[in-house]
Design a protein around this ligand. Structure first.
Ligand code: GDP
Length: 534
């Protein structure tokens, strides 16, 4: 994590109460259900079931496309703000499909913490592992929620061991489950010395919470059957001996994760988790930037675009840029400088994503996510300030792993293809390369499914059928170095050269061997698999 210049300068209370986080999980672990309960307790929705449409929408490919068509859902679900007690939570949605790892990476640049949901019967699954690694790159504090405890699950120590071993992070139990499967009755809150009892008859009823005085409190026996109580006492004693105690600093440093055991569908353990984010979670953190880092408590507003999405109405080429505010107090109508173009922009109709509905944002603070409708000026990685030339860093663009040629199905409409591909490149949905020789485009993505999504969106939004065909190339590398050396290299390798959508030079190849050879033959050049978004 970045240094907070001095811990003594207090944050303005409005910033100090903000918690901006994402939920990461393997599909089916219960992210949607948990999100729904969060919104329920945040007063943002009245009834469980309203988020469900979205969770189910990505179950199948065709439904996934439908969700892509139905931009409204995915746009408003991208970031949700709601109050919980004295806190303001900003929950940023990570794309569900494993194909969108780059998108996910960038989403995680906009949050200060993550909740990792695992299924108590399945433990750490592949997608959890991948997403966790991404969080680790930024040392994000992680809270773990072990879900589905109402069903047969693994043994508690086994789950904790698996997390410690597979993810190389210390785990401290914030709660300890009592019983398993059908005998699961609730948990012991280890941080606050309370007994939480699950209500099986009503899934939306919040657990009864009983304040106790340690595990020898006679009150326990009134609620917990003797055999389970004995087991609980033994296990907790062992856990206290073998596992680290909660240490807020280690948690904030990303080296220790507190774990809660619960059942999202039964509303069990959810409030304790939310209290955990509120009471222990990080306040909005400083943001790395050039030439200096941005502190949230600065008076002046600064923010950066981490995601761009086409607007709901396909007839208008409107986009919404999702901006994470890095500092200050934003008010509607403010003029901000778009640092890349050095042009002022009046932010007159920013959107705040208030869970169930979008609303005009009258004001926002560091830590918040606002949506700025625009016509394509705002790109991923762009910085907005009140005039200072600051460039937010750490939002990379990855070399795509799959390349295909893209052709217009209707040659008469070929010129629209250029425009359509540029739009998706700006959204970060694909890399678009224009070969120096020949015609057409080479499109690069991180996962195969993205080609299908692109084809369907180009047809839908531009009325243009397109074909993706195998390309002779499989890898792309950005080329940098002294200007004359780069030019000589490009001249000698014309058949391999292309420009990306920002006009930057890219070397295309199908052989790792080629890349190795160039690195040997052209020691002054750098071939890079990532590029900082400019
Ligand atoms: P996502 O893919 O991670 O968003 O998962 P969902 O929230 O859609 O949940 C996947 C499935 O698990 C759904 O059928 C949920 O009803 C179910 N589920 C979620 N939480 C629980 C739980 O606590 N217990 C049980 N038994 N099922 C759950």
């Amino acid at each position: 994590m970045l240094d907070r210049a001095s811990n003594t300068a207090p944050l303005p209370p409005e910033i100090a109460r903000r918690r901006t986080f994402a939920i990461i999980s393997h599909p089916d672990a219960g992210k949607t259900t948990l999100t729904e309960k969060f919104l329920l307790y945040g007063g943002a929705i009245q009834m469980a079931g309203q988020v469900r449409a979205k969770g189910e929408a990505r179950r199948t490919r065709s439904d996934f496309m439908q969700m892509e068509k139905d931009r409204g859902i995915s746009v408003s679900a991208s970031a949700m703000s709601f109050d919980y007690g004295k806190y303001r939570f900003n929950l940023v949605d990570t794309p569900g499909h494993s194909d969108f790892s780059e998108d996910t990476y960038r989403t995680l640049t906009a949050v200060d913490a993550a909740i990792m949901v695992i299924d108590g019967a399945k433990g750490v699954e592949s997608q959890t592992q991948k997403l966790f690694e991404v969080c680790r790159l930024r040392d994000l504090p992680i809270l773990t929620f072990c879900n589905k405890m109402d069903r047969e699950s693994r043994e508690t120590f086994e789950i904790i061991d698996e997390i410690q071993e597979n993810l190389a992070i210390d785990v401290t139990p914030a709660s300890w489950p009592i019983g398993t499967g059908r005998d699961f009755i609730g948990s012991y809150d280890m941080l606050r010395d309370r007994l939480e009892l699950m209500e099986r008859s009503d899934r939306n009823k919040v657990a009864e919470s009983i304040k106790i005085d340690g595990l020898d409190d006679p009150k326990l026996a009134e609620h917990v059957p003797a055999a389970l109580l004995e087991q609980l006492r033994e296990e907790v004693e062992m856990a206290r001996e073998l596992l680290p105690a909660f240490d807020r600093q280690a948690f904030l440093d990303g080296t220790l994760t507190p774990i809660w055991f619960g059942s999202a569908i039964n509303s069990f353990g959810v409030k304790e988790l939310m209290d955990g984010i509120g009471d222990y979670g990080p306040v909005p953190q400083p943001q790395s930037a050039e030439p200096r880092q941005i502190a949230p408590e600065e008076d002046k507003v600064a923010g950066f675009v981490f995601k761009v999405q086409a607007n709901m109405d396909p007839k208008h080429r409107d986009r919404v840029a999702f901006v994470r505010l890095a500092s200050g107090h934003f008010e509607r109508g403010m003029k901000l400088t778009h640092v890349r173009s050095k042009k002022p922009m009046a932010i007159s109709n920013p959107v705040l994503f208030l869970a169930s509905d979008r609303e005009l944002a009258e004001e926002a603070w560091a830590g918040d996510i606002i949506g700025i409708p625009n016509h394509g000026q705002l790109r991923i990685g762009d910085t907005l300030t009140e005039g200072e030339t600051l460039k937010v860093t750490g939002i990379p663009s990855f070399a795509p792993e799959l390349l295909q040629n893209c052709r217009a199905g209707d040659p008469m409409k070929a010129k629209h293809l250029d425009k359509a591909l540029m739009q998706f490149a700006e959204e970060g949905a694909a890399k678009v390369f224009k070969p120096v020789l020949g015609s057409g485009f080479i499109v690069g993505v991180v996962g195969q499914l993205q080609f299908e999504v692109l084809a369907s969106r180009i047809e839908l939004e531009y009325g243009l059928p397109v074909r993706f065909e195998p390309s002779q190339f499989t890898s792309a590398r950005w080329v940098s170095g002294p200007k004359d050396k780069v030019e000589a290299f490009a001249q000698a390798n014309k058949g391999h050269m292309a420009q990306d959508n920002d006009g930057d030079l890219v070397y295309l190849t199908r052989l790792q061997w080629d890349i190795d050879r160039i690195e040997r033959d052209y020691p002054d050049l750098t071939l890079s698999a990532t590029k900082e978004m400019m």
